[in-house]
Design a protein around this ligand. Structure first.
Ligand code: PSV
Ligand code: MN
Length: 424
């Protein structure tokens, strides 16, 4: 299903006068309004191919109706999201959940929907039906060289799929770890991982990157071989310039100061990008901004400051992607909400009075520093985000428009009510 532009325009008319009033109210206090609207208009967040179906936990999965049954249908769903928000112009594939069997036609379909391919993701955390050796005790860190070889070859295969699609990065998350003290020699496990990644690194085309994701626990509950940003950073440093650290917001222990991690990685030129989601307890994969929007804002505050300090293009110099899924919402609505939350946090970060903040920091005026940050955070920037979407031909209110256009009802008619998308 493709949404025609004129249908979005028609629905925008309903919200227009209300929007204008709200927009004028906030715009009059924004000094660099045009720049902010332009930056918001250029900002895109990739959609993961595995988030388009209803997710699940190990206790169950409650599929919604009209879920995409193939990669083609997943691309169409991302096309719907992008038509509505004009901010999701790429899709990130997870192999082998979504193998592009005919790259040329998949690429053409994506282009028809205004999309390109973001990073490709490998999967050595599950055994596949025809796989020779098991990943039960890990993949790249495995004690058996043959298992490590299989994992290396899988990653090279994923790079090759990505080359055909025009991707420019391989994103690696390893579930390798241990469940009990004594199970693993940490040093050897790390060394094996490094050597395996080095082989993968050698297969990267010149203009490619490798992004290394970390996670403290799950599925292993005693140790994870790439458990935190330090371990990921160490690997990325040893690998070379094409390697950097990917931050998944859900991959931190409670209370971790993620914004500080982001600031340091950015300073070192080793921040690959993000997997956005939100969480209350662990890797909960909840809608971005649903639990702790202030943390998201603080992360964006560091991003804007750190990227500006290095002269980096906000929209394109690192990878922006959602990595979320859950049981109870329509996946497209969830993704629309997530993208909005990211753009809101970004807009608020752009509003921060930087010179005043620098002044407050230099003079150790802690009270003013907090006031300055919260002045931006407490500004209702939703009309700015809506205006940027409108200027790009998107919906003023993506979720409401999705509902008014009865997209899900149409997808159920087209695909049936008992479909299950691939993914976790
Ligand atoms: C692992 O929890 C993770 O964040 C990795 O990015 C995986 O590729 C993704 O989730 C799969 O759901
Ligand atoms: Mn992730």
């Amino acid at each position: 299903m493709q949404i025609e532009r004129h249908r979005i325009d028609e629905l925008n008319q309903r919200y227009l006068s209300n929007h204008r009033r709200r927009f004028e109210a906030v715009a009059q206090d924004v000094a660099n309004l045009d720049t902010i609207l332009q930056k918001l208009g250029q900002f895109n967040i990739a959609i993961p191919s595995w988030a388009l179906g209803t997710g699940g936990t190990r206790f169950g999965r409650f599929s919604g109706g009209g879920e995409p049954r193939s990669l083609e249908e997943k691309i169409e769903d991302v096309g719907v999201i992008h038509a509505l928000n004009q901010s999701s112009n790429s899709i990130s594939l997870h192999i082998p959940w979504d193998i592009p069997n005919n790259a040329a036609s998949i690429k053409a379909l994506a282009a028809q929907n205004g999309l390109h391919f973001d990073a490709v993701n490998s999967n050595t955390f599950q055994d596949q039906p025809r796989q020779k050796l098991s990943y039960k005790f890990g993949s790249m860190h495995h004690t058996d060289k043959a298992v490590r070889r299989q994992a290396i070859e899988h990653n090279i295969e994923v790079i090759n799929y990505g080359i055909e699609l025009g991707s420019k990065a391989l994103s690696v998350w390893l579930s390798d770890g241990s469940n009990f003290p004594g199970q693993l020699n940490f040093r050897k496990a790390f060394q094996n991982t490094l050597e395996s990644l080095q082989e993968v690194y050698q297969s990267l085309p010149d203009d490619w990157k490798i992004w290394i994701e970390y996670k403290p626990y799950e599925p292993n509950f005693y140790s994870t071989t790439i458990g935190d940003w330090g371990q990921s950073y160490l690997l990325a440093s040893k690998l070379g310039a094409k390697a950097s650290t990917l931050v998944d917001l859900g991959h931190h222990l409670q209370g971790t100061n993620i914004e500080q991690i982001v600031a340091v990685l950015l300073m070192e030129g080793k921040l690959a990008g993000f997997h956005f989601n939100d969480s209350k307890y662990g890797d909960d994969d909840l809608t971005v901004g649903s639990i702790n929007p202030y943390q998201l804002f603080l992360i964006f505050s560091e991003l804007v400051e750190g990227m500006d300090a290095r002269g980096m293009d906000h929209a394109t110099s690192i990878g922006w992607m959602i990595d979320a899924s859950h049981n109870v919402k329509d996946p497209i609505e969830d993704l629309l909400q997530s993208v909005q939350a990211i753009k809101i946090a970004y807009a608020q970060a752009l509003l921060i009075n930087r010179p005043a903040l620098v002044e407050a920091q230099i003079s150790n005026d802690v009270t003013s520093a907090q006031e300055i940050l919260q002045q931006a955070y407490r500004t209702d920037v939703r009309p700015l985000v809506a205006e940027a979407s409108l200027l790009n031909g998107g919906a003023l209110n993506p979720v409401a428009t999705f509902r008014q256009l009865k997209v899900r009802e149409n997808l159920i008619k087209e695909r049936g009510s008992k479909t299950v998308a691939t993914g976790l």
